[in-house]
Design a protein around this ligand. Structure first.
Ligand code: ADP
Ligand code: MG
Length: 602
């Protein structure tokens, strides 16, 4: 008996949907990109419950005919390319013809659309790929698509969604990536009846200001940026980069190529190299960099949810970018702009106590947390901690105790707090004998995961979770090489990766502690981190893998915890060899001592 048969369309669509539509944010991205491709000048986004119950995009674009409206929901139905040749001269965001079919497979969709030349609009209702209603209706020129109850028929996916806060954050992240490229389009973004963004048509700089100036409550955000501009035969680069003194620990960093958001760790490095010596450690500049290249010099045939883009001429562009950034920074330093606003600022009270001094720059280019002798690092951290934790006199032997052995030192200084309050999303606040201990949850998790992953690598006992629809990842030749080098270690931590082409791999299982939606990024982060190591000592590979993976595992750990989770976290944290610093040297906790607290009340 023959056993092979074709899957029914709705099942095939649902499987394809798993690739394209992973969460409300991916759905929003596809809808808004369609509106932009349709030439819309005004786009309204209305969502409810972070897109779970409703996600609606209304545009004033060119609309669809009655037949096209129906066709649009077929798989591989697109008006944007006709043959493979067109792939190399893309001028639209979409081209795969998969998005609407995928969305309609996993949600209840209502479409209302009218072209300028038609008198009547078309109304279409689709549920789980089935058209349930189609009729002529009244409607404005343009298109409105309502996506209701996303994943109503895929409970596994629905359960996969994070809290509303996280999903909304994802929606906003994807929205920024589009809004920053289309300043000429008016966007209105309403979430649960609250206007989150009303961005009028503007220049790119005004758009940046409109988005980040307000959200960061920083006046004159745009004034902290300098212009970047260069034109060469292989690339044009335009945009804005942050002045060194405006650098922060959580900068806004955006790359776009031909109107698409992309991540590009290699180009990121070009920018960071240009800033060498200008920034205090851990501080990074914001940047908004827009590349234009010939459409055929980048690989656009990428997965819709992937943000890495391959360039044919990566190395020359690296040089051009780095030089352009240096030039802009140089101009800014040499020709201080006459800033009339500054003169009016005399009314700001500046007491010597609060005067902000320029940070002293000291860059240790040799810094590598793994090269340091572990004992020295540990002792240093204990030293610092000791200063914080015991501001007043401590019995002589105790102070000496930590000099003797590592274990005794920790015993002497640190006691696991018994009470912990969750403060904001990411902190625990614990009363201690000398004051209040503030713990950064995410960093605590990172340190815990780091040790766990290292142990897994050594014992080869990482726990796997199988992936429902294995993703195929295409890497650069360098990344492929790195992957082959560390294949064994990746296996040990729970990745199951098969080579399916020269540079293509299928990821069949990922570490159990890792959010599967972050898996491909986590993998790439590992490859880049290992690839960046100068010495290929296997020992530091393991630490690098552990650090990179732990960072990604800790990604979604900022959320509110249950009481049990808090206690487990404290248990695990205080069982670590070092619970004061993360393995990459960031502080996990600090003490605000009683004396300082009391001062606040004086
Ligand atoms: P793609 O964008 O890759 O072509 P989609 O599934 O996203 O595939 O859309 C299918 C087709 O439906 C598009 O090619 C376009 O012709 C039409 N379409 C989708 N959304 C809109 C819209 N907002 N306005 C006009 N046409 C649209
Ligand atoms: Mg599309």
């Amino acid at each position: 008996m023959d056993v092979i048969h074709l899957l029914p369309d709705n099942v095939a669509n649902q499987i394809a949907a798993g690739e394209v539509i992973q969460r409300p944010a991916s759905c929003l991205k596809e809808l808004v990109e369609n509106s932009l491709d349709a030439g819309a000048k005004n786009i309204q986004i209305l969502i409810r419950d972070a897109g779970r119950t409703l996600l609606q995009v209304i545009d004033d674009g060119k609309g669809m005919s009655e037949t096209d409206a129906r066709m649009a929901f077929e798989r591989h139905a697109t008006s944007k390319i006709k043959d493979a040749h067109d792939l190399f001269s893309l001028h639209t965001m979409g081209f795969r013809g998969e998005a609407l079919a995928s969305i309609a497979a996993v949600a209840q969709v209502e479409l209302l659309t009218r072209r300028d030349e038609d008198e009547m609009a078309t109304f279409l209702e689709i549920e789980g790929s089935e058209v349930v209603r189609q009729e002529l209706a009244h409607g404005a020129k343009g298109t409105s698509i309502k996506v209701k109850n996303l994943f109503f028929n895929v409970p596994a996916r629905r359960r996969f969604l994070k809290t509303n806060t996280t999903e909304l954050r994802n929606l906003i992240t994807d929205f920024y990536r589009i809004a920053l490229v289309y300043p000429q389009v008016h966007f209105l973004f309403v979430s649960d009846d609250e206007i989150l963004f009303d961005l009028p048509e503007s220049s790119t700089k005004q758009r940046i200001e409109a988005i980040f100036g307000k959200s960061l409550k920083k006046k004159n955000y745009a004034e902290q940026l300098v212009e970047l501009k260069t034109d060469t035969s292989i690339v044009s680069i335009a945009g804005f980069i942050g002045k060194p003194e405006a650098a922060t620990k959580s900068p806004q960093q955006y790359f776009f190529v031909n109107g698409r958001f992309m991540k590009h760790p290699y180009f990121h490095k070009a920018i960071m190299t240009a800033y060498t010596g200008m920034l205090p450690q851990d501080y990074m500049p914001s940047y908004f960099v827009y590349f234009s290249v010939q459409a055929d010099s980048i690989d656009v045939n990428i997965h819709p949810t992937k943000t890495e883009i391959k360039f044919a001429e990566e190395q020359p562009i690296w040089q051009i970018l780095q030089a352009a950034v240096r030039e802009s920074l140089g101009k800014f330093n040499l020709v201080p702009s006459l800033d009339f606003n500054r003169e009016g600022e005399v009314d700001i009270p500046v007491s010597s106590q609060y005067a902000v001094s320029r940070p002293v720059v000291s860059v240790n280019t040799d810094y590598n947390p793994f090269r340091r002798n572990n004992y020295t690092a540990l002792k240093e951290s204990i030293n610092n901690w000791q200063q914080l934790y015991t501001p007043t006199a401590v019995p002589e032997q105790k102070q000496l105790a930590w000099e003797k052995t590592e274990v005794q030192a920790e015993d002497a200084a640190l006691v696991k707090p018994t009470i912990a309050y969750q403060y904001k999303e990411n902190y625990l606040l614990c009363p201690a004998e000398q004051g209040l201990v503030l713990i950064d949850k995410q960093r605590a998790y990172k340190a815990i995961f780091y040790e766990a992953v290292l142990t897994q690598i050594h014992n080869k006992q990482g726990v796997k979770q199988q992936v429902l629809f294995p993703e195929i990842l295409d890497f650069t030749a360098e990344d492929t090489q790195t992957l082959l080098d560390v294949h064994e270690q990746l296996n040990a931590v729970g990745f199951e990766i098969d080579r399916v082409g020269t540079n293509s791999f299928s990821v069949n299982a990922v570490p159990a502690l890792l959010d599967t939606s972050l898996a491909s990024r986590a993998l790439l982060n590992i490859l880049r981190a290992v690839g960046n190591l100068t010495a290929s000592v296997e020992d530091s590979w393991e630490q690098t893998i552990a650090l990179s993976l732990a960072s990604d595992m800790a990604q979604n750990c900022g959320k509110l915890l249950t009481e049990n989770e808090v206690h487990t976290l404290l248990d695990k944290l205080f069982a670590l060899k070092s619970h004061i610093y993360t393995p990459d040297g960031k502080k996990i906790l600090c003490l605000i001592n009683d004396a300082d607290l009391c001062k606040q009340l004086q």
